[in-house]
Design a protein around this ligand. Structure first.
Ligand SMILES: Cc1cc2nc3c(=O)[nH]c(=O)nc-3n(C[C@H](O)[C@H](O)[C@H](O)COP(=O)(O)OP(=O)(O)OC[C@H]3O[C@@H](n4cnc5c(N)ncnc54)[C@H](O)[C@@H]3O)c2cc1C
Length: 577
């Protein structure tokens, strides 16, 4: 094992008289959220490794802070690195993702919305990050865990070939030059992609790009009292403490309440849109207000009532790398690997999943059990999941304003998250190379079936015409689709996955019946395919992954279920007189 060493050497350059050399086990380039998450997790799981993170401290640079909403994988990740109590104390509670589908999107005087959110509280409570505070505290947490930091910028990188280590030249904040070498190197430099641009090919979609404009707002009047909401059942929690999504023509708006010690209230507000479908200008607050006034005047009124703290925008920002890990020991994480449309708040969740995969690769490499195919399987699975999700979201912008069609898309996607992705992740299938390889087979060829479902949702909406709140009550029950206890042992996986296919079958079957069978010929094949897959996962999944069922390790080593139980007990106690 390499030890952390610093040596000094004379250099010929006229500007720099001395060059220090540092050897580490892992270099993490970039010290924003993805770099900090990677450093902490590697240190937690492989404490004997020297982890060196390069980059400025949070307070030394202007970051495009959002106010990220955490979802199941990301919140568990932060619990595992020891931040549960801290998050509970310092960051706002998130009860779930809440979607507001306006019944008459073109009428600014109509405030009626069909709202889709969990009615019952989720088993795992999540949090929404006040990023400036969180980044600062995460940095200190990393230092406490034993991560080493070098404040500076990597100027040059030479990627090793497996035999020779990776080399990097850093210019420190004090102007020194430092030469680094390490067996593993992580690119967490966001859109700079300092390593990614050398080792991967990035796809920038030509159609279906995304742009976003956002800001943090303080001391405002809340939007909820102004809305006329209809929900299937009364919600059991304070709806304000959710991640709010307002759907519009080729755009959606997020409102994410944040906890603040020095403000009456604080919220992150932003709009994401497809520039090829949405032709309004969106560079200033006035542009934002003019656009939002016409679709969601309650949001515009909230913004007018408050004080803007900062403002950011990204234009045409979507890209994704064709591969994200290599057996030669380089890894691309977070925005260095891809950018996301944050519709389902899975940005940090997918980053957390990457970090768990990277940790597994390094662990196997150290044990000399890593095969080239292992790295390829994990990289391909991760790229496939993120790409499929982004293609789906891109297509949704065409019908985002249409409440009925859009709510069906929502349920279709949430079924995938709760009944397939989460149980598989929980049991370790997404972080195990053999699991990843097997799952790639299951994912292949599903695009046609997805597209047929999207057409079906459009047709169902056309049949209804102008939707009323009662129409939503006659479709599917959000609370039943959600698999709150995805945290079950491995032997329940076949049953959980078959539930996923069963929901797809139910949704397709019910809508086909409503629309009349004769016109639904294109749906028959996908319907039968889901039926076959449902039976296959129920009866054959265990057989296919027989050896894995005995050996697979779940990625988490934290007793999440007991912690969540304690949360529920505390909530009940807080209600008692
Ligand atoms: C509009 C929007 C909303 C989002 N909402 C959510 C959400 O609700 N939930 C969620 O989970 N995710 C969300 N995401 C995703 C999430 O915000 C991003 O995944 C995350 O911020 C990316 O962080 P990063 O550390 O990868 O990149 P960055 O934050 O860009 O950090 C890159 C770092 O690298 C450093 N760097 C660059 N070059 C060098 C160099 N040469 N040497 C050293 N350091 C260098 C920079 O200084 C910087 O500190 C959202 C994203 C967007 C765009």
């Amino acid at each position: 094992m390499l030890k952390y060493e610093i040596e000094n050497e004379t250099e010929t350059s006229s500007q720099v008289s001395q060059i220090s050399q540092i050897k580490a086990d892992v270099i993490v380039v970039g010290s924003s959220i993805s770099g900090l998450m990677t450093s902490c997790y590697l240190k937690l799981k492989l404490p004997h490794l020297n982890i060196l993170a390069i980059g400025p401290r949070p307070e030394q640079e202007k970051r495009a802070y959002v106010g990220e909403s955490l979802t199941e994988i990301s919140i568990h990740f932060f619990w595992e690195i020891g931040l549960k109590d801290y998050l509970d104390r310092t960051h706002d509670r998130k009860n779930g993702l809440t979607f507001y589908h306006k019944l008459r999107i073109d009428d600014p005087n109509d405030y009626r919305y069909s709202v889709h959110a969990p009615g019952e509280s989720l088993y795992y409570h999540s949090r929404q990050l006040n990023r400036p505070i969180f980044d600062r505290d995460l940095y200190h947490h990393a230092v406490q865990m034993g991560v080493q930091f070098l404040d500076g910028k990597v100027k040059e990188v030479n990627i090793g070939d497996g035999k020779n280590h990776h080399q990097a030249i850093v210019k420190t904040a004090t102007g020194e030059c430092v030469q680094l070498s390490a067996r593993w190197i992580v690119d967490a430099t966001g859109h700079h992609r300092i390593i990614g641009k050398k080792v991967a090919t990035y796809n920038h979609p030509e159609t279906g790009q995304r742009s976003a404009f956002w800001f943090r707002l303080a001391d405002f009047n809340e939007f909820l009292p102004q809305l006329e909401l209809s929900m299937r059942r009364p919600h059991e929690y304070d709806l304000l403490h959710s991640t709010h999504h307002f759907m519009g023509h080729a755009n959606w708006i997020w409102c994410i309440p944040l906890q603040s010690s020095d403000r009456r209230n604080l919220i992150s507000v932003g709009i994401t849109y497809r520039p090829d479908l949405y032709d309004r200008p969106m560079q200033t607050l006035e542009h934002f207000l003019a656009a939002v006034e016409s679709e969601h005047p309650a949001v515009a009124a909230m913004v007018r009532s408050g004080q803007i703290l900062d403002m950011h925008s990204y234009r045409n920002y979507l890209y994704s790398a064709d591969r994200v890990y290599s057996a030669n020991g380089w890894f691309l994480v977070g925005n260095a690997a891809r950018t996301v449309d944050p519709l389902y708040s899975t940005g940090l969740a997918m980053t957390a999943l990457q970090i768990q995969q990277i940790t597994e690769i390094v662990r196997r490499d150290l044990a000399n059990t890593l095969a080239m195919d292992d790295v390829e399987a994990l990289s391909s699975l991760w790229c496939q999941i993120t790409a499929r999700r982004q293609v789906d979201i891109t297509d949704q912008y065409v019908t985002m304003h249409d409440p009925f069609s859009a709510h069906l898309r929502r349920y279709w996607n949430l079924n995938g998250w709760w009944n397939a992705i989460l149980p598989l992740w929980w049991c370790g299938f997404l972080t195990n190379p053999q699991g990843a390889d097997g799952l790639m087979g299951l994912l292949q060829g599903g695009e046609k079936s997805e597209r047929a479902a999207w057409d079906l949702f459009r047709d169902a909406s056309t049949q209804i015409g102008a939707a009323e709140s009662r129409h939503f009550e006659q479709t599917f029950d959000f609370d039943q689709i959600i698999n709150r206890r995805f945290d079950r042992p491995i032997h329940s996986i076949p049953q959980q996955l078959s539930r996923y296919f069963l929901w797809r079958l139910k949704m397709r079957f019910k809508l086909m019946k409503r629309l009349g069978w004769q016109q639904q010929v294109p749906q028959i094949r996908p319907l039968l395919l889901d039926l076959v897959r449902m039976l296959a996962v129920k009866y054959l999944f265990r057989l296919k992954f027989k050896s894995l069922f005995q050996t697979i390790d779940p990625p988490l080593c934290f007793d999440c279920a007991s912690a969540a139980k304690q949360d529920h007990l505390s909530s009940i106690q807080a209600l008692l007189p």
